[in-house]
Design a binder for this molecule. Sequence first.
Ligand SMILES: [Zn+2]
Length: 108
Amino acid sequence: MPETPEPTLRDRIAEALNNARHTHPCPVTSSTYWTGCYHPDGTSIACHTSRRTDAVLAVLPAPVDRAAVLREAANALALVGPPTLASGPQAWTEAIETLRRMADEASR
Ligand SMILES: [Zn+2]
C-alpha cells in the first residue's frame, strides 16, 4: 500500500478553513454557522474574518528564531574544530557537511 504523503501547509490551511465554522463559535452570538453570523452592531464581517484568521494562525508553524539557529550552527562548527595547515580543506568540507546534516535533521 503506498504511503500517504504528509499534508502540505496549503492542505492544512484549507482544512482549517473548512473546519473553522465547526471549531470557532462566534463569541458574540454563539452561532456556529460562521458565514451567516449577523451581529446587532453590524460587525459580522469582522467576526467572519476574525474566525477564519484564528483558524489559519492555529495551523501555521512556529516562527523561526534565526539567532538560535545561527548559534546552534556556530556551536556545531566549534565541535568540528579549527582547521590546521594539514586539515584545512578537510575541515572546511566537514563544516559544510555538519551544517547540511543539521539542516536535514531540522527538516524532518
Ligand atoms: Zn459572529
